[in-house]
Design a binder for this molecule. Structure first.
Ligand code: NAD
Ligand code: MG
Length: 482
């Protein structure tokens, strides 16, 4: 199919002011590490080193937790909800004012297309602060229980796929409910969290309320194991989530775990096919498929499967893969070399196990980490590509004949984070939503996020919810829930 040739439309990176190296944000200021080392963060689209950040030591984590404890025992712990709300509103407005800077920096450090960081990540991050600002003085009326109170110091560890947005999902509810925070961003995407530290200073938040420590798994583990942490909030892989659950078992620490997924996107014969094709594309190729709730398993009713497959492939041939800073780019770079090898390993396994592999044949840049939008057909439920999370731009297609079979196949997974249902029939949507073991079920849409709507999983996708009133409840204790 003919593809329009677009002239390059690169977003300028002049708006971003990168330091050659960064310390840790503890007690309201940037400080040097005590005993930690340094590591580089790169732009995955070019392999260019962007900056050097600190690999925080256990002693650094200890200082950050101590600062958070002092802030909690001090002014922040005594502040009224109405006053806390003012700080959250201020942060939300600053994020909006500095939106371009955040979007460009996120795209540089993560590899996601600028049109997504600009139109999704950053506006949604601001929306989470606005939404939670509104709750700060209304917690008693939120139906959470009697006399909701903060836990105290919250440790938060986040992944690399939505760095600023995951930070917002974590920090906004924690602050709205009066907790203080020690947050660790992922090792490949620390830069927007460090820029957020600048926002915290600009908003004049009392020192120690938000602390940002960079580092890898060991730094995360030091947060998890720290005895003065009251609550943990983790988003990341199921493997690490299980380790965290084991290491806090028997302690008084509370935890929410937002883990992996292998969502079914289910297309019935009566669905509006062209809209469904757009939903399939958005479901798995948005953010290079680095999305925990991605619609990575397509379940199509058998009698329309050939038609859907044909239209889907035609559509995928129009996707623009390349420079993430180009405003026309649809699919950017894979976040890291390690993630690229994982995708390569699993797709090779898909071929070896007998599924039929197709990709859109687009040209890929010579430098950086890239993977073509890929579709596997003839996938059976036992194939690794139908069972394991690939976390990349790879779709596995399966078919079904009856709604019962669709439900059985959709639920045949250790995960249970999300699902999509495409049909013209309202009663079927409700029936399916009732049967699917998934925390979020989208109907005739996919990957829609809103701060008012709780998000979270069943089974190995974790426990706890983020967003909405449900998300708030994880950050408070009440007289009814202890
Ligand atoms: P990961 O679990 O390797 O890393 C996530 C974070 O945990 C990083 O900050 C990392 O440094 C830290 N970490 C690693 N080992 C640790 C340890 N032993 N103790 C404490 N912290 C540790 O996952 P990833 O590769 O960065 O992210 C991809 C995974 O995250 C996917 O499985 C995806 O589905 C999941 N994810 C889930 C959600 C959700 O909301 N459910 C959202 C985004 C990503
Ligand atoms: Mg990076």
């Amino acid at each position: 199919m003919a593809k329009f040739e677009y002239a390059p439309a690169p977003e300028s990176r002049a708006v971003v002011d990168l330091a050659p190296s960064y310390g840790l944000f503890i007690n309201g200021e940037f400080t040097e590490s005590q005993g930690g080392s340094a590591f580089k963060t790169v732009n995955p689209a070019t392999e260019e080193v962007l900056s050097e950040v600190t690999d925080a030591s256990a002693a650094d984590v200890d200082r950050a937790v101590a600062a958070a404890r002092r802030a909690y025992n001090g002014a922040w712990g005594r502040m009224s909800g109405a006053d806390r709300g003012k700080y959250l509103f201020r942060i939300a407005r600053i994020l909006q004012e500095r939106a371009r800077e955040f979007a460009v920096l996120e795209t540089l450090d993560n590899g996601k297309p600028i049109k997504e960081s600009r139109d999704v990540d950053v506006p949604l991050a601001a929306a989470h602060f606005f939404y939670h600002a509104g709750w700060a003085d209304k917690l008693e009326y939120a139906g959470l229980g009697t006399n909701p109170r903060a836990h105290g110091v919250v440790g938060q560890v986040i992944p690399w796929n939505f760095p600023l947005l995951m930070l917002a999902w974590k920090i906004a509810p924690a602050l709205a409910t009066g907790n203080t925070v020690v947050l660790k961003p992922a090792e490949t995407t620390p830069l927007t969290a460090l820029l957020f530290a600048d926002v915290v200073q600009q908003a004049d938040l009392p020192p120690g309320v938000v602390n940002i420590v960079t580092g890898a798994g060991a730094t995360g583990q030091a947060i998890v194991d720290h005895p003065d942490i009251d609550k943990l909030a983790f988003t990341g892989s199921t493997g690490v989530g299980k380790m965290i659950a084991r290491s806090i078992a028997g302690t008084r620490k509370k935890a929410t775990l937002e883990l992996g997924g292998k969502a079914a996107n289910i297309i019935f014969e009566d669905a509006a096919i062209d809209q469904a094709v757009e939903g399939i594309v958005n479901g798995i190729f948005f953010n290079q498929g680095h999305v925990c709730c991605a619609g990575s398993r397509l379940l199509v009713q058998e009698n329309i499967a050939a038609d859907v497959e044909r239209r889907l492939k035609r559509r995928l041939e129009t996707l623009r893969v390349g420079d993430p800073l180009d405003k026309n780019t649809d699919v950017g770079a894979i976040n890291s070399k390690a993630q690229l090898s994982r995708i390569t390993e699993l797709t090779d396994a898909g071929e070896a196990e007998g599924a039929e592999r197709w990709d859109n044949g687009c040209e890929l840049p010579a430098k950086g980490f890239w993977f073509r939008p890929t579709v596997f057909t003839g996938v059976s439920q036992t194939h690794r590509i139908a069972q394991e999370e690939i976390f990349g731009p790879v779709l596995s297609v399966l078919t079904f004949r009856t709604p019962q079979e669709a439900v059985a196949k959709a639920n045949n997974t250790p995960y249970g984070l999300s699902a999509g249902v495409w049909t013209e029939k309202g009663s079927r949507i409700l029936w399916m939503a009732d049967q699917l073991r998934a925390g979020v079920v989208w109907a005739n849409t996919f990957n829609k996020f809103d701060p008012t709507s709780p998000f979270g999983g069943y089974k190995e996708s974790g426990y706890g919810r983020e967003g909405g009133r449900h998300g708030l409840s994880a950050y408070v204790t009440t007289e009814s829930n202890g």
